[in-house]
Write a protein that binds this ligand. Structure first.
Ligand SMILES: Nc1ncnc2c1ncn2[C@@H]1O[C@H](COP(=O)(O)OP(=O)(O)OP(=O)(O)O)[C@@H](O)[C@H]1O
Length: 297
């Protein structure tokens, strides 16, 4: 579960080139609404067993991309998000959008099967339903059991384990609607963990969390990656991304402007034009990872 940071471009390149076999590979993903192109020909490679950070300023398209990759973005779509042919065929034909996971077309999977593969943790996914936390987390088990069956002992055990892993064990009997933002965020994480996905997409998973809880959540993501899960997380906190991620994808105006290992993306020449701030990059004395400091540009 160690972050195991290595700035080696070669290692990262090798890992990314193996993505065609294991992990998420999205190509030519566009999404348009009201005549406005929100995602413009986006490509993302997220290897299995790694944490990929999705960065970008407000409105750059991070949430839209995650929702599109997950297949839940529907309104005003210019092109289906995840329906395509095999990547090799696409590459040679120059055809439309494609989102594959472990080489399989994610968009072609039946909804229930896709829910066994991927979990999406959305920002501020609130609920007014009078639902207990345990029941909310048990929703994550639905893709794994037969449609008519109730929760099994194994489902309840998985839900309790997920609550514990997400730091929300003591919330199990609470009603979701009464939780604070940070508590709710932990429960959303627990629901996704209970789903036991092989691909987890998270939209700002730490934005309501205190610093200890942020570090805990990022450690959970690292543990998932260590178990072989493909993790993609949209993050605003560049230092959190620096300390946790293996790879980064930087969006600006709906386009990918940089992608690669942390040490190649988190550099002033890349960040300053995108965020419009001055950036200094130091090296953490213990981890060797980048530590960023910002000033108004
Ligand atoms: N349903 C929609 N209708 C109209 N515009 C939309 C819709 N969904 C997204 N947008 C626009 O698309 C752009 C990208 O939004 P998105 O939420 O993906 O950005 P983001 O990078 O996640 O932003 P933030 O960091 O602020 O959360 C924004 O300008 C947003 O207003």
């Amino acid at each position: 579960m160690s972050a195991g940071y290595s700035p080696s471009t070669t290692a990262a390149t090798e890992q990314i080139s193996s993505t065609r076999r294991r992990g998420l590979a999205a190509e030519r993903v566009s999404w348009e609404i009201d005549g406005r192109l929100i995602l413009d020909d986006v490509g993302v490679l997220a290897p299995a067993g790694a944490v990929t950070g999705l960065l970008g300023p407000n409105g750059s398209g991070k949430s839209t991309l995650l929702r599109t990759l997950a297949g839940v973005q529907q309104a005003g779509r210019a092109a289906p998000p995840a329906i395509g042919r095999a990547p090799d065929e696409l590459a040679s034909s120059g055809a439309g959008p494609s989102t594959t996971f472990d080489g399989a077309d994610l968009g072609a999977l039946p909804r229930r099967e896709r829910a066994r593969v991927l979990a999406l943790v959305e920002q501020d996914a609130g609920t007014d339903l009078p639902l207990s936390v345990l029941d909310a987390v048990l929703l994550g088990r639905i893709p794994h059991r037969s449609l008519l069956a109730g929760d099994s002992d194994a489902d309840r055990a998985a839900a309790h384990a997920a609550l514990t892993a997400a730091g929300a064990r003591e919330l199990a009997e609470r009603e979701v609607g009464t939780l604070s933002g940070g508590e709710r965020q932990r429960v959303h994480m627990a629901r996704a963990l209970a789903q036991q996905p092989r691909l987890i997409l998270l939209d700002e998973p730490t934005n309501h969390l205190d610093i200890a809880a942020q570090l805990h959540a990022m450690r959970v993501l690292r543990e998932l990656a260590a178990d072989g899960v493909t993790v993609v997380a949209a993050l605003h906190d560049l230092n959190l991304a620096a300390s946790t991620c293996d790879h980064l994808v930087l969006l600006d105006g709906g386009r990918v402007v940089a992608a690669g290992p942390v040490g190649e993306v988190l550099v002033p020449a890349v960040l300053e034009p995108v965020y419009g701030v001055r950036v200094d990059v130091l090296t953490h004395p213990r981890t060797g990872r980048p530590v960023l400091s910002f000033e108004r540009g």
